[in-house]
Design a protein around this ligand. Structure first.
Ligand code: HEM
Length: 533
């Protein structure tokens, strides 16, 4: 009989009180032993289930991973140690060369990396795989707080992605066209103040331009008058620089003083963001992205960080290409002047009328993508690709951007050269009066005096290997908006200034050709020479 029932029945027999107290203590002891045993059994079963499940997942990953082609693991710990010495893109390039378009590498016994190089398989994967690596979400959460835009799981970001896409690409697109003029004026005025001779460090100047451009477009004119913008920019960059480091701890390092110092900087950044939003809401009626009642500040800070880093990178790369290809810079300038003359509203350049400028932006994004890899993972399910390869749940799937965007089979023999004309189609018109030479270095010149070549811009996304903004379910929501903003920025900038390389700039001595896309500037000082001076 159940000991508890015995206890209840005996409690109804008052004469046996002494016997009863002995019985009671025995009962309580038995009951405690019984409870402890039950608890131990349940714990044992739970731990066994948990470990078996982990072991099962581990063997499944090994089994399915071993069916994907790739170099053999140098040790039980995988390729990770060799990757730290060698560049990951180089290792992937060698592996793809030897094992085909889908290859695997073991990063650790439990971490499988699958790299895909074939554009059609990449498109398929980027549509099917909807989750991103949890580490990215952890870093964003730590630095900026909860975000519904940069979370790992697609379910968490789906709704906010949709609303932001329509907001940015419709309502803010007009502003992206208008604001840059004011932003550029502000940027150049600041630069004149700080550097009277027009000199500027390329990377710093690009980051600042991106920050001002994004801030002014997202927050309106008030941003340009905000007194704390400089501190905010510095703090944003400091906080984001260390986010991945602190997020890489599997147990939050509460014992580390550095961690608490970092947390204090994050709180300061959040306070400044609140201040900015409050300042701006006095002048604008915000909905969607700045309606802080239902929008976490994490989204705003995350957008500013990602936007500044990527847009700054693209602006910097554009400047580098323009100074090393002055003939293209000159042609873009001519294009801007012609677009201005043809436009009814002289203050508003129309980006569509500047195909060469747009093509130069696309080509700059192709030759130097914002990051080395596009990453995805499937948190729950295995995924079968059309080729028959099964990518097990939990594997990290990557696209090596440099390899895909420089591949001869997708871009032709000149894939390794900077050539914006690859995004343009030529339409020939006979013209005796206009006699402009539209060729660039490496292109056949046309007989002068008879023809005028004009160009139309092709849709760069027609080429499946064009991926600077990603593709598929988690693609960047701002492609249209960013391209428009950068085109307007450069239209204003190049109309007023010619950009040249400063005398203090040092290029990588191993690479001498100006056509080499991998040419790197160890330090690059730019000079902005006023067109009217
Ligand atoms: C030159 C500028 C930019 C580049 C090159 C760029 C590039 C990218 C890339 C490569 C991704 C990942 C796509 C993928 O995995 O398929 C991404 C995601 C994203 N981008 Fe951008 N981006 C730029 C600017 C911006 C700006 C200005 C904003 C917003 C203000 C923005 C918002 C986002 C968002 C919200 C995502 C996350 C989408 C998700 O996880 O679902 N991007 N971007």
């Amino acid at each position: 009989m159940n000991p508890f029932l015995c206890f209840v029945l005996q409690a109804w027999n008052p004469p046996a009180a002494c016997e009863f107290s002995r019985e009671t203590s025995r009962f309580l002891r038995d009951y405690a032993v019984w409870e402890i045993n039950a608890f131990l059994w349940i714990s044992l079963l739970t731990v066994t289930y948990f470990l078996t499940h982990k072991l099962f997942k581990f063997f499944k990953l090994w089994n399915q991973g071993s069916k994907i082609p790739g170099p053999p693991s140098p040790s039980f710990y995988g390729h990770f140690s060799s990757l730290s010495n060698q560049n990951l893109t180089e290792v992937l390039s060698d592996s793809h060369g030897e094992y085909g378009s889908v290859v695997k590498l073991w990063l650790s016994p439990k971490q499988l990396l699958v790299s895909i190089k074939e554009p059609d398989v990449i498109r398929e994967m980027l549509w099917k795989f909807k989750d991103k690596l949890p580490l990215t979400e952890k870093a964003f959460d730590l630095a900026f707080g909860q975000s519904t835009l940069f979370a790992s799981s697609f379910d968490k970001v789906e709704k906010r992605r949709e609303s932001l896409t329509s907001e940015l690409n419709v309502k803010l697109l007009d502003r992206a066209n208008l604001i840059p003029t004011k932003a550029v004026e502000r940027i150049l005025a600041e630069r004149h103040q700080n550097m009277p001779k027009g000199h500027a460090d390329r990377k710093m100047a690009s980051q600042h331009m991106a920050f001002t451009l994004l801030g002014a477009t997202i927050f309106g004119d008030t941003f340009l008058a905000w007194s704390k913008a400089t501190i905010y920019e510095e703090l944003l960059m400091t906080v984001t620089k260390d986010a991945c480091f602190w997020a890489s701890y599997s147990v939050t390092p509460f014992w580390d003083r550095g961690f608490w110092r970092y947390r204090r900087l994050c709180t300061k950044l959040k306070c400044l963001t609140k201040d900015l939003v409050q300042q701006c809401s006095k002048n604008y009626k915000f909905n969607g992205h700045l309606n802080v009642r239902d929008e976490p500040y994490g989204n705003i800070m995350g957008m500013l960080f990602h936007g500044c880093l990527t847009t700054g990178g693209l602006i910097s790369n554009m400047l580098m290409r323009l100074v090393t290809h002055p003939e293209i810079q000159h042609k873009i300038y001519t294009e801007i002047i012609m677009a201005r003359e043809g436009s009814e509203d002289k203050d508003q350049p129309v980006a569509e009328k500047m195909p060469l400028l747009l093509a130069t932006i696309y080509e700059s994004a192709r030759v130097m993508p914002a990051g080395p890899l596009l990453q995805r993972c499937s948190l729950q399910h295995d995924l079968r690709l059309k080729s028959g390869i099964i990518v097990p749940a939990g594997a990290i799937v990557v696209v090596p951007m440099q390899l895909v965007q420089m591949d001869d089979s997708s871009w032709g023999n000149d894939a390794g050269k900077f050539n914006p004309y690859r995004f343009l189609s030529e339409t020939e018109k006979i013209s005796a009066s206009l006699n402009k030479d539209t060729s660039i270095a490496g292109h056949a010149e046309e007989p002068k005096g008879q023809r005028k070549s004009s160009f139309v811009l092709n849709d760069p996304n027609e080429n499946a290997a064009f991926l600077p903004f990603g593709s598929g379910t988690r693609a960047c929501v701002c492609q249209k908006f960013v391209i428009q903003g950068i085109a307007s920025l450069f239209a204003s900038l190049l109309e007023q200034y010619e950009v040249r390389l400063g005398t203090g700039s040092k290029t990588n001595s191993k690479l001498t050709s100006t056509d080499s896309i991998s040419q790197d500037f160890l330090s690059s000082e730019l000079v902005f020479v006023g067109r009217t001076s």
